[in-house]
Design a protein around this ligand. Structure first.
Ligand SMILES: C[S@@+](CC[C@H](N)C(=O)[O-])C[C@H]1O[C@@H](n2cnc3c(N)ncnc32)[C@H](O)[C@@H]1O
Length: 204
């Protein structure tokens, strides 16, 4: 087990494990996971639904290679510039990555570009809590946290930024006093009425 996995183990047991188990099996078809890290999501995929799988990170972690099924192709690269054609992927997965990418709007624009119109972005991340006292605490902690945690940012409104990047998010949910948000985000079809998002999602 890597140091990352050991440090994350209490959070995985209490919160993240359940979120991963319910969200990740939705991945299907041509899949890209960005910021794959140690490959912690690998045991949760329904591999029978997946035809191709690329695992992208700044550097490939040996722990991920060790965990990966044969289908997985590893790629060293950055989420802000995805080496895929427009509209070529069915699913993009990003868990605990949007808190860290240096340029979140560019990353989301890239994900929207590479997804098929009926594709999905599956995400889990921590965000700035809604509660004012907790938010103030997070803002204070964020003065030092990114320096200790590889650029991880505690103050992003990630679910809002995903919506602002042209996605509808349904289903969606939160955990641990809304510190964690998860969702299935689908590219909004230009000209569609966001009030019809549910119908748009159900129709797929
Ligand atoms: C906190 S770890 C999350 C690992 C794993 N996805 C999980 O759910 O536990 C963040 C990961 O995102 C990767 N990462 C950070 N910035 C990135 C970028 N711009 N492009 C691709 N991966 C990035 C890091 O290298 C790291 O593996």
């Amino acid at each position: 087990m890597s140091i990352y996995d050991i440090l994350m183990s209490p959070l995985e047991k209490r919160i993240l494990g359940d979120l991963r188990r319910s969200l990740i099996p939705r991945a299907r078809g041509q899949v890209l996971e960005i910021g794959v890290g140690t490959g912690v999501n690998f045991p949760n995929y329904d591999w029978q639904k997946i035809t191709a799988f690329t695992a992208l990170d700044l550097q490939v972690d040996p722990a991920a290679r060790h965990r990966a099924p044969a289908l997985v192709r590893f790629l060293a690269g950055t989420a802000e510039r995805l080496p895929f054609a427009d509209g070529s992927l069915d699913t993009v997965v990003a868990t605990l990555v949007f808190c860290t990418v240096p340029d979140l709007p560019t990353t989301l624009a890239e994900i929207r570009r590479v997804l098929k119109t009926d594709g999905s972005l599956l995400f889990i991340d921590h965000v700035l809590p809604e509660d004012k006292k907790m938010a103030a605490l997070f803002r204070t902690a964020n003065r030092v946290w990114p320096h200790l945690a590889h650029g991880c940012n505690l103050t992003r409104g990630i679910h809002r930024e995903i919506a602002a990047a042209g996605f509808s998010i349904a289903p969606a949910g939160s955990a641990a006093h809304q510190i964690f948000r998860w969702g299935v985000a689908r590219p909004l079809i230009i000209g569609s009425n966001p009030e019809n998002d549910d119908a748009q999602a159900k129709g797929r």
